[in-house]
Design a protein around this ligand. Sequence first.
Ligand SMILES: Cc1ncc(COP(=O)(O)O)c(C=O)c1O
Length: 397
Amino acid sequence: MFTDRISRIKPSATLEMTSKAAELKRANKPVYNMSVGEPDFSTPKHIQNAAIWAINNGHTKYTPGGGTLELKEAISTKLSRDNNLIFDPKQIVVSCGGKHSLYNACQALFQKNDEVIIFKPYWVSFPDFVTVTGATPVFVNTNSSKQNEPDFDDLIKKINQNTKGIIINSPSNPTGGVWSDDAIMQLLDIVKKRPDIWIFSDECYEQLTYDIPFKSIATFAPQLNNIITFQSCSKTYAMTGWRIGYLAGDINLVKAISKLQGQSTSCPNSIAQFAAMEALSGDQKCVQEMKQIFHERRDLILKELKKIPNVLCEVPNGAFYVFPNFKNYLNKKTPSGKLLKTSSDLSLYILDQTGVVTVAGDSFGAPEHIRLSYATSNETILKAVSLIGNTLKKIDF
Ligand SMILES: Cc1ncc(COP(=O)(O)O)c(C=O)c1O
């Protein structure tokens, strides 16, 4: 009944866990949600007010397909102010979230017989963005003790004549890893003779790095036309529901994507575009305030996780996730005799016993890990990690 395209994609594992948490809540069970992929803060007031102003002043109509010129100018100024990147508004397309920008770019650039490199662990949506185009995702290992920077031997082995894209996500979801300058330069050096390979830099967590400053990948090679920078208002300004993201890159790619978008969503939401202008151009104090809170929570969750024996957790330099390794608890039995074969089994066992919602690493290509989001209160972090620790004590070693 449905096309091959539909059978090639899976439902988003993280959204699935979010709906599981909602189900538990509806049943009045205690829920400690450590699975959320969005800030727990409200959208700052000045941004909300810009949207209200837009509604009251008639900005409620279709806009140009790739976003208004005013918003593209605000993005261009932001990219120069925060990222040291020079892009003309003509090199920018605004979409309904960074996810949509990434999806569109894959649609415009990849097809059957193409291969696209994705680093493991990966954000759940990357492989599906690629497979839906008919292209094949090719997974490259990373070094978990070095912020999940690439295993360069593996990368070199996997690049071939069919390689059409490389998707980078630093700071990363799910690991929180932030690549060093050296790692980025090494990667760019490997692909310097391949202008036919598009380098996607998904920078949706660019404002959330804690131990090192963030550097946009395109700043390392401003002369290259094949680097595409993807950013979003979602995580930086607590605007996940507003759905505004954008990409900046090659002008012909921008034209192709604007055409595609004009025939799919028509344009991004006009009111949200006004809000995004205020977010990007207005007072940035809220960004620093939210980042400071995330930083403190990261340190808190790491301290608490250390108390659980046999769980290994690296210190992630960015985003709002930790990605501990639970391999010592796999292939062990629960008190009721159930064998925990995979991280999904373990994540469901934890959910069942404690009400703590997590996302199993299986869906990120990392079967020994579980992702915990710390975009939640200190109380929830303390309670959830202690519940996990107590329930793991019951597993038969
Ligand atoms: C790595 C990564 N890229 C892109 C996105 C897309 O975010 P949005 O579409 O809300 O901009 C997300 C959201 O979770 C993400 O984690």
